[in-house]
Design a protein around this ligand. Structure first.
Ligand code: ADP
Ligand code: ZN
Ligand code: MG
Length: 478
């Protein structure tokens, strides 16, 4: 390819505070329209904002997790614009003195990692929501829901450091993972707790200067982000190749048509007339307070992955899968903590548990099998009390019923049969029923031995102790 893409992302993350950023209204998603509102978030004249301390702590925790430098003094600023869902006529945000700057996120790259810079992280309030359909008269009107007005957000702006849609995808994946670990947001894209705008330009390979960028909005899934970037790269390259120029503009991802389309030109850059918010004092986050917040930092995904590989001797791949969420990683540690050897524990979780959860459309937190019970099952399989195939059946029943392994094994007669008398009876039966194969075996065809083992295991519904079956068959066949 003759052209190289240059990508920078702007990510909005909703903070999981109980109340809004400048008033006491509930910040919860899903309440009846316009029920979580007060004079402050409705923008009524004379109402005064009061900063939510918890929102600051969450923003600082996120900033620290993203390796940012936190400012001791940051300034809230008014960003002025008109929009029907912005009743004050301005949004309180931060401008030239954001709460944090100069961070980074490492993304996987070949064997190692690549570092993507974070320019800034600032705090701001969300606007309300304009609803264009799904309510009475929606054919002719737009409805406004101001529940979201004043909900705390952080905006994270990356450096233009990404060079492919995959890198943008990986960056957003890692970013989301880190934020989820900190617990400051649920990063639910469907509910708008995580929103991403992508800035993209292309330049001739080897060129130093960046090309003119377009900003693509409305990317409310990882897949849309990747597809929109792929589309934009092709579009910009074909414009340039046919001798045209890229317009600096904001574009929208059209989901149903699978393409980006022009929304507004940026030729006359927005003038938001930022100025320091006169109703709020400068935000002071002293070194001591920063230290207190940092002390509450949980172990982050990268560190946890490394520790899993080091302490549990599992593969980097397994560690990667098991740390995708904090809950999953906690679950794994719970199973190991309850006595299961790490490798089998990792396998059972990745193969059986994750599959059952996926089929049932459940999250790990809703797993009907608690870590302690999975550990008990793994112990039974490892000790040979039941074999692996039976273990899977038992696990399926545990998942279905939420009952402990021991109870299911006892109630459903799943325990491994090591009774030599019973195993011998099965072996004799199988040999009697298969004279042809017996002849083959005796003529020196050792390959049919496996056939006999398989038949006996089947006769025992998978419960016979495989070692005893082997020994017994060897004895009887010869
Ligand atoms: P604007 O003034 O349009 O908001 P900024 O310089 O603040 O632009 O950058 C906004 C976002 O665009 C950042 O994520 C940045 O990394 C990205 N960006 C800036 N220039 C380019 C470019 N030429 N190509 C792609 N992305 C860019
Ligand atoms: Zn309010
Ligand atoms: Mg900007």
């Amino acid at each position: 390819m003759q052209f190289e893409p240059v990508i920078g992302l702007e990510v909005h993350v909703q903070l999981l505070t109980e109340s809004k950023i400048f008033c006491g209204c509930s910040a919860r998603f899903g309440a009846p329209p316009n029920s979580n509102v007060c004079p402050v978030c409705l923008g009524l004249p004379g109402a005064l904002p009061v900063l939510n301390r918890r929102a600051v702590e969450f923003a600082v925790l996120a900033a620290q997790a993203l390796n940012c430098q936190v400012r001791e003094t940051s300034i809230f600023a008014r960003k002025n614009y008109f929009y029907p869902d912005l009743p004050k006529g301005y949004q309180i945000s931060q401008f030239d003195k954001p709460v944090a700057e100069h961070g980074f996120v490492d993304i996987p790259s070949g064997e190692g990692t690549r570092r993507i810079g974070i320019t800034r992280l600032h705090m701001e309030e969300d606007a309300g929501k304009s609803l264009h359909d799904g309510f009475p008269n929606s054919a002719t009107s737009t409805a406004i829901d101001l529940n979201r007005s004043g909900v705390p957000l952080i905006e994270i702006v990356s450096e233009p450091d990404m060079r492919s849609p995959e890198e943008a995808y990986d960056f957003l994946t890692r970013l989301k993972e880190i934020i989820l670990y900190t617990g400051v947001s649920d990063c639910n894209m469907e509910e708008g707790s995580l929103r991403c705008d992508a800035n993209i330009s292309v330049r001739r390979r080897g060129a130093e200067k960046f090309g003119t960028k377009a900003e693509v909005k409305n990317l409310n899934s990882f897949r849309y982000l990747q597809r929109a970037l792929e589309y934009e790269i092709e579009r910009q390259i074909s414009v340039l190749e046919s001798g045209g120029k890229i317009a600096q503009e904001t574009r929208l991802w059209n989901v149903s048509e699978g393409r980006t389309e022009s929304m507004r030109s940026k030729e006359f850059a927005h003038d938001y007339r930022y100025f320091p918010e006169p109703d709020l004092l400068p935000l002071r986050v002293s070194a001591a307070w920063q230290g207190e917040i940092a002390a509450a930092m949980p172990e982050l995904p990268d560190a946890r992955r490394k520790r899993f590989v080091r302490d549990f001797s599992i593969t980097p791949y397994d560690a990667e899968v098991l740390t995708t969420t904090r809950v999953l990683a906690d679950y794994f540690e719970g199973v190991v903590g309850a006595g299961a050897p790490p490798k089998p524990a990792a396998n059972w979780i990745q193969v059986e548990l994750l599959r059952q959860l996926k089929d049932a459309g459940k999250e790990i937190a809703e797993s009907p099998v608690p870590p302690r019970e999975l550990a008990a099952l793994v112990a039974k399989v490892e000790s040979g009390e039941i074999n692996a195939a039976t273990g899977k059946k038992v696990f399926a029943r545990m998942f279905e019923t939420g009952k402990p392994a021991a109870e299911i094994i006892a109630a459903e007669g799943f325990s491994q049969v090591s009774d030599t008398g019973e195993i011998e009876r099965w072996c004799r039966e199988v040999i009697e029923k298969n004279p042809d194969n017996l002849a083959k075996y005796r003529a020196g065809n050792e390959g049919v031995f496996k056939f006999f083992v398989g038949q006996v295991m089947r006769a025992s519904r998978g419960q016979a102790n495989p070692q005893t079956v082997n020994d017994t068959l060897k004895r009887l066949l010869s």
